[in-house]
Design a protein around this ligand. Sequence first.
Ligand SMILES: [Zn+2]
Length: 303
Amino acid sequence: MKALPDNIHVFERGWLSSNNVLMLGRHEVTLVDSGYMIHAPQTLDLVRHALKGRRLDRIVNTHMHSDHCGGNAILQAHYGSETLVPVSELEHVRHWNEDKLSFKATGQQCQRFSADGPLSPGDKLTMADLEWQVLGAPGHDVHSLMLFCAKEGILISADALWQNGFGVIFPELDGESGFIEERATLDLIATLDARVVIPGHGAVFTDVAAALKRARTRLDFLSGNPVRNAEYAVKVLLKFLLLERQRMKLDEVPAMFAALPIVAAASQRYLGKTPEETAEWTIKQLVRACSARIESGYLLNDG
Ligand SMILES: [Zn+2]
């Protein structure tokens, strides 16, 4: 049995852009998640190529992180696609509330787009001529959703479950609960009997039980000492900025990185460092892990 039906296409492009899932129904076409803003023209090209003259009727977002909705604006401009977002983010998107959306806190970019309607846990959607259930998936993000097709056993897990782990548990950085929710989300996935998972990042995979086991081990490690989640978070955030920019002037990085609200929060709450010290520490960690290197006064993306 093939992992995915022929009318479901997954665009996988490294870690800066989330996976995009194109659902080619007989009467309607939906894209689940749209990647990061700097890849938006490429996203449009990929969609156009796969659509062969058809229209993209609808965009569905699992959550509002910049790497999942950064292509929305260009696709809306081109196709006028109806756009559905998690119900608890609908007003934030409509008013483009930068204090509620994550872009300002993380220093990530997202071109403003519009939202036409909500998606709530318990909703049902038809995509690729199949019925999909909308499931709540808090943990990585309070508002995140997953999509499950029981008939085919396909789960679109967003950043709640990857082949190796899951996304940063962001709510914990602000002193809110996230580990407990992530555990419940993994428990929910275990009940689904999914045959194949389309994760938010990385390759489609079928060994779901092994992925759940790895994710639970990882969650035990992080929740055992939340400092580890904070350390992981700041490394991921700086790596994301490096992936986006490829090079940053080394002497400008500490002030820029320290100014990000999420870095300040993690520093104060967990790391026992000033935000500037956190920035210096994070640079060292990326260099040590060969994720970055320093050359002629620049911090360069590596690895
Ligand atoms: Zn995310």
